[in-house]
Design a protein around this ligand. Structure first.
Ligand code: ATP
Ligand code: MG
Ligand code: MG
Length: 456
């Protein structure tokens, strides 16, 4: 066996960190080496600066987590895939590959998205190894059984995840159900009030803290259920959690996009997703043409930020439309003007999309004399079998906004199904009652799948 040729992937032992085996990708395209690490914290030991962190050394197993510490060698500015510069701690540690031991510098990557938990860069390989990228494990393979034996002592006692529910009211049906479903699957679910959480913004050791000073550094995942009035602050918290390597079931970016009806409609039309003809204008001088553009009254006027049907108005005549539109404009309120889909007869369809699948759907029928089918406006829900075209539309719409969980509202028009809107915190009560399905459980299962979590 040639002992100076390494393959594209190799097993490494990091003895000083207490990591018996980690599969590393050999990447001579990268200069430095890196190691996946979460919960990174810099601290002083006498006069020295040290860093404490956790590593999940096995790709598909979140439940194995090794607490490591090492002397800090320095900080390295690294560009993320989005081109954002970040400072990452660098340590020096002994690595064993095959029968060779040597010291290397390793950058701690605070993201959990690395496919390989470790990356061996040029600096580590130089003058020591040649690389044969067509091969795997030239320095010796380790079987799954051997891994199990090696990691037995490290198995976490607590076998569930810690999931934060970022919301405002713990007594809402949806929130109670999410807590219940998480606990039923063996996880710890912590209710986090959006307004009681705050952040420390710092390149080296960013944090989310909770009223009283507790640092929230044990979260594996966060489920955002952010009410519209705190979207801005809630999304800032979510970004912070994301930076800390915590998986968020709906990203800050996707939530803020979905909350802006105008922006979302532009994303839909760009992605070839059909919506009722919609217009938007700044000046009252354009109102008449706006009305013509959507084919005249009856037409719909919507406040840009509305929920539960409260900001949606039907104007029966062109005159009424014109005066309502201009009235909103005179108080600087942003509105959309939209073609009225009369043939829907006060019905719409709510599809609940989780992780790219329609997991439940229901039809909602507006009360007599009402065109809005929202349950909050007295609408009644019933079961419905959606068509393949409607299913495709619902999935495509959630995907266009990049939402893991979405309530997609469709309406049946003479020219086929049209998308009305996509909600990022869809309520569970209506859909669970109508369908008898355990949607909260499906949301928790999705988190498990994303984190590659398996109950031990
Ligand atoms: N263009 C339209 N044509 C016919 N009916 C419509 C139209 N737009 C909305 N509606 C009806 O009004 C209801 C409320 O509209 P929409 O969903 O856009 O508003 P919302 O206030 O955001 O509601 P949500 O609580 O679902 O977020 C719809 O569910 C549908 O029944
Ligand atoms: Mg809405
Ligand atoms: Mg709606």
């Amino acid at each position: 066996m040639m002992d100076n040729i390494v393959a594209s992937e190799e097993w490494c032992k990091l003895e000083e960190l207490g990591i018996p085996a980690v599969k590393a990708r050999v990447d001579s395209g990268a200069k430095t080496s890196s190691l996946q690490a979460t919960k990174i914290k810099i601290f002083s030991k006498g006069l020295e600066e040290w860093v404490r962190f956790e590593v999940n050394p096995i790709q598909d197993n979140r439940s194995i987590s090794i607490l490591c510490q090492a002397k800090l060698v320095g900080l390295r500015t690294v560009k993320s895939s989005q081109g954002i510069a970040e400072e990452r701690p660098v340590i020096k540690t002994l690595v064993t590959i095959g029968n060779q031991d040597f010291d290397i510098e390793v950058t701690l990557a605070n993201r959990d998205t690395m496919e390989y938990r470790m990356l061996l860069g040029r600096e580590a390989l130089n003058e020591r190894f040649l690389v044969d990228p067509s091969k795997s494990f030239l320095m010796g393979d380790i079987s799954e059984d051997e891994i199990e034996v090696l990691y037995k002592p490290y198995m976490r006692k607590k076998d569930g995840l810690t999931i934060g529910l970022l919301a405002s009211n713990p007594n809402l049906y949806s929130n109670k159900r999410i807590v219940e479903a998480g606990q039923a699957r063996g996880h710890e679910v912590v209710f986090l009030n959006v307004e009681s959480a705050y952040m420390k913004l710092d390149a080296v050791a960013p944090q989310v803290r909770y009223r009283g000073g507790n640092v929230l550094d044990k979260m594996d995942a966060v489920i955002p259920r952010i009410k519209p009035s705190v979207t801005f602050y809630g999304c800032a918290l979510l970004r912070q959690f994301h930076t800390l390597g915590v998986y968020c079931l709906n990203s800050a970016d996707a939530i803020s996009k979905s909350r802006d009806k105008l922006y979302a409609s532009q994303v839909f039309s760009k992605n070839d997703i059909h919506i009722p003809v919609t217009g938007f204008a700044k000046s009252p001088q354009d109102t008449k043409d706006l009305i013509r553009m959507v084919d005249g009254a009856p037409l719909i006027i919507k406040l840009l930020e509305s929920t539960q049907g409260r900001g949606v108005v039907l104007a029966e005549t062109n005159k009424a439309a014109e005066s309502v539109i201009n009235a909103f404009k005179s108080v600087q309120t942003n509105i959309l003007v939209q073609e009225f889909i009369k043939e829907a007869n006060g019905q719409d369809i709510r599809c609940f999309v989780v992780n790219g699948k329609v997991v439940a759907s229901m039809q909602r029928q507006a009360q007599k004399g009402e065109f809005r089918a929202n349950i909050h406006q007295g609408g009644k829900a019933s079961l419905i079998k959606i068509t393949p075209e409607e299913r495709k539309l619902a999935i495509k719409s959630a995907k266009a906004l990049n939402l893991d969980v979405a309530g997609v509202d469709l309406i049946r028009s003479n020219r086929g199904p049209l998308l009305l809107e996509v909600n990022s915190s869809p309520g569970l009560e209506g859909i669970e009652n109508a369908t008898g399905l355990d949607i909260a459980n499906i949301m928790i299962e999705t988190i498990e799948r994303k984190l590659k979590y398996k109950a031990v």
